[in-house]
Design a protein around this ligand. Structure first.
Ligand SMILES: [Zn+2]
Ligand SMILES: [Zn+2]
Length: 354
């Protein structure tokens, strides 16, 4: 039977010499070729170094911030180190990490894919050593390292409470922004309210400059820098820089005395100040030098409840202590029992703002 013998000859010619199963060209079949090749490699052990204080991770000698949990981190690290040759189609790696000691873990890894048309599977174990080391940032912070200070002051006066609050907020936001962009050493070492204003001690000159710039952008005024030589390290001169921020003399919402009356600052152009009379609501403009004492700012006012009104006298209730006080109101103020009014505590007593 010539047809059938020809068919048998073709089969015999195209079989794998190792396993006897069919092969495409008479050479090793896909399964035998796949079995011969080392298609993946795993490291025996990896070391992961983390800061015990802040959780930052050391990567190739550099500290980086990480938000990943240690277990996910271990999986990522192991995955990065497993190498699968490019001939493998649809490679997959599954990893399970379990602890074997206080600073040791083991990752069980399973690899799969398709090689020379044959499904392949393999497994390996990778040891993980968890090392603890204090990072550069925590090291500097615990060692009271700093490169300067931002001093928040105001022109001819002490910064008001709202200005100190706002400057603090701006400083924290700046620190967060820099940390998020990888500026690890741009930290705030300390923030302290002093007799003259707010002192922000900083870990780098970069953050000092950014905080001073951001405060002036948001609150007006200007800043100057004052370097001071503090020593030398490895032939380099070391400076600490004071960033002196001067907030403007008056800003919107300030309560000032003008000709013996309370007035709220609406705006200033550096020479003239536009104000409105607190009691009467009248708007007027005065040269800056005619403006008297700065009493406070509406941002520091507190809401009080009005309990009664008799002519130009009202009773108001302190929201914290519950204490009742009688106050005079201006004729321009439309307040009655049940209303709430903004009250500013001044050196001269309570001032109703309406
Ligand atoms: Zn074979
Ligand atoms: Zn740290």
């Amino acid at each position: 039977m010539p047809r059938s013998s020809g068919f048998n000859q073709r089969i015999r010619a195209n079989i794998c010499p190792r396993c006897g199963r069919p092969s495409e060209d008479g050479g090793l079949c896909g399964a035998c070729r796949a079995a011969q090749i080392r298609w993946f490699s795993c490291p025996a052990r990896i070391i992961s170094t983390c800061c015990p204080t802040c959780g930052a991770r050391k990567e190739a000698g550099l500290w980086v911030e990480t938000a990943t949990s240690p277990k996910d981190l271990a999986c990522d690290l192991v995955r990065q180190k497993i190498n699968i040759i490019p001939e493998v189609v649809n490679p997959g790696i599954s990893i399970r990490v379990h602890e074997t000691g206080s600073n040791r873990s083991v990752a069980d890894c399973r690899m799969s894919g398709t090689l020379f048309g044959e499904p392949v599977e393999g497994s390996c174990q990778v040891g993980i050593v968890w090392q603890k080391e204090q990072c550069d940032r925590c090291n500097r912070m615990s060692g009271n390292y700093h490169e300067g200070v931002v001093q928040v002051r105001a022109d001819g006066r002490k910064p008001l409470p709202w200005e100190v609050r706002k400057a603090r907020g701006i400083a924290r936001d700046t620190e967060e922004g820099l940390a998020a962009s990888g500026e690890r050493l741009s930290f705030i070492a300390e923030m302290e309210e002093t007799r003259d204003g707010l002192d922000i001690t900083i870990g780098s000159q970069r953050i000092g400059h950014e905080i001073a710039t951001a405060i002036v952008r948001a609150m007006g005024g200007r800043f100057t820098t004052h370097p001071k030589l503090v020593g030398e390290r490895a032939g380099k001169r070391l400076f600490r820089i004071t960033y002196l921020v001067r907030l403007p003399k008056y800003s919107r919402g300030d309560i000032v005395m003008v000709h013996g009356r309370y007035a709220e600052v609406q705006g200033t152009d550096g020479h003239d100040v536009r104000v409105s009379d607190v009691e009467l609501g009248q708007q007027r403009t005065f040269p800056e030098k005619k403006i008297g004492a700065l009493v406070g700012n509406v941002r520091d006012a507190v809401e009080y409840l009005v309990t009664f009104r008799e002519g130009d006298a009202v009773g108001i209730l302190d929201p914290v202590t519950g204490e009742s006080t009688e106050c005079r109101v201006g004729p321009g103020m439309q307040v009655g029992p049940g209303d709430s009014v903004r009250v500013l505590r001044t050196a001269g007593g309570l001032l109703l703002l309406g």
